[in-house]
Write a protein that binds this ligand. Structure first.
Ligand code: MG
Length: 382
């Protein structure tokens, strides 16, 4: 009998035996200007590898210092503070482990997102279910993909847009509020004229003061963008309400909402028509589900937001968006395909015809290429 039981190769009771934390430096194809901060050269993300006797799973923290935190802090949080919660635990204890993670460590949402993502990958592989199946099943099998226009060299962005429209992409988000209102209007007008078939959204990444916003955002609104995201600083909730009342386009809150408690208050105060929901700022899929549920109850839509992620973190977002009915405005998991010099997945992140196909294989659905991790690694803790 014992022998027969051992033939059940992997199960939810399996013990996590090892955890490896690796920081990678990933070259990117261009500089990107985003409201309050720019990104270029390379991005530093932190990978978590969990191992049982026979299974390997991965998670990723993708911090942005101007928005959520730093790679150094994420690596330290995982290695020093979260590691003791993991090694020796059963993978079926995932929810309890994440409760403990919140108890021992305030903040650090990217580190917690990475850990939870790896645990879900592990449960999925043990149970032979994709993460979206673990979450209760998909309400959509394909996600419309939005790509951001954020290059200070607009001619380079026009070439990128041409390529994406040829690939079937129809959603674009212009990052505004960095190089002046005239530049923003010029890009909006040029893109609308050159690609009449696309929907354009706007994201200020907190780039305007409330006074500037009352002057500039109504101009942008005349172009009928799909939505306008976070024109003012995260804490300027009164200004968000005033802008929302002054424009026709839906107003999206991103940096204003990190936690479910933020979402509840934002829904009560009516600061936005939609929330950008991101695993990295909220600390994982479970927290994002709570935010999506609060939004749904308030009649607020969701948008699948992300940070400067590889395909790995994108996959966690994909499974979340695939299972949340009101995250209905598409997603922006484009960096693996259109921004990184090299992604880390074994097979390409599944984008075609402007849409992401949700993987149905167990766990997150696509494994990491460990040779690429070794190639780009700059630091590692075992
Ligand atoms: Mg945003």
């Amino acid at each position: 009998m014992d022998g027969a039981a051992k033939n059940v190769v992997h199960g939810l009771g399996d013990t996590i035996e090892g955890m490896v934390v690796t920081t990678v430096a990933l070259p990117v194809t261009s500089t990107r200007n985003h409201g309050i901060g720019a990104v270029g050269g390379d991005i530093h993300n932190v990978l978590v590898k969990l191992e049982t006797d026979g299974l390997t799973a991965w998670g990723e923290a993708s911090p942005w210092a101007a928005f959520t935190g730093t790679a150094e802090a994420a690596a330290g949080a995982l290695d020093v503070h979260l590691r003791p919660l993991i090694v020796g635990r059963r993978i079926s204890e995932t929810a309890q482990i994440m409760v403990e993670a919140d108890a021992v460590l305030v903040g650090h949402p990217e580190a917690k997102a990475a850990l939870e993502m790896a645990l879900y990958d592990l449960i999925g592989k043990a149970a032979n279910l994709s993460v979206s199946e673990l979450l209760g099943g998909r309400v959509r099998d394909e996600l419309p993909l939005s790509v951001s226009i954020a290059n200070p060299d607009f001619d380079a962005d026009l070439e990128l847009a041409e390529r994406i429209v040829d690939d079937g992409g129809r959603l674009f988000k212009i990052k505004t509020g960095v190089a002046g209102h005239t530049f923003d209007l010029m890009r909006l007008e040029t893109l609308k004229k050159r690609f009449p078939e696309i929907e354009i959204r706007i994201d200020y990444n907190q780039g305007l003061t409330p006074i500037e916003a009352m002057k500039f955002v109504p101009d942008i609104d005349t172009f009928e963008p799909g939505f306008i995201e976070q024109p003012v600083r995260a804490q300027n909730w009164e200004a968000m309400k005033n802008i929302r009342a002054a424009i026709r386009a839906p107003l999206v809150a991103d940096e204003s909402i990190f936690t479910p408690a933020d979402a509840l208050r934002a829904a009560k105060e009516g600061i936005a028509d939609a929330f950008s929901i991101k695993i990295m700022k909220s600390g994982g899929i479970r927290k994002c589900q709570e935010i999506a549920s609060i939004a749904a109850a308030a009649g607020i839509a969701g948008y699948g937001g992300d940070m400067f992620e590889t395909g790995l973190a994108h996959l966690a977002g994909v499974h979340l968006v695939a299972t949340a009915p009101n995250i209905s405005l598409g997603c922006e998991f484009y960096q693996a395909t259109y921004y990184l010099e090299t992604d880390l997945l074994e097979t390409p992140f599944p984008v075609s015809n402007g849409k992401i196909t949700v993987p149905v294989t167990p766990g997150l659905g696509i494994n990491i290429d460990e040779d690429k991790v070794r190639h780009f690694a700059i630091d590692q803790q075992n």
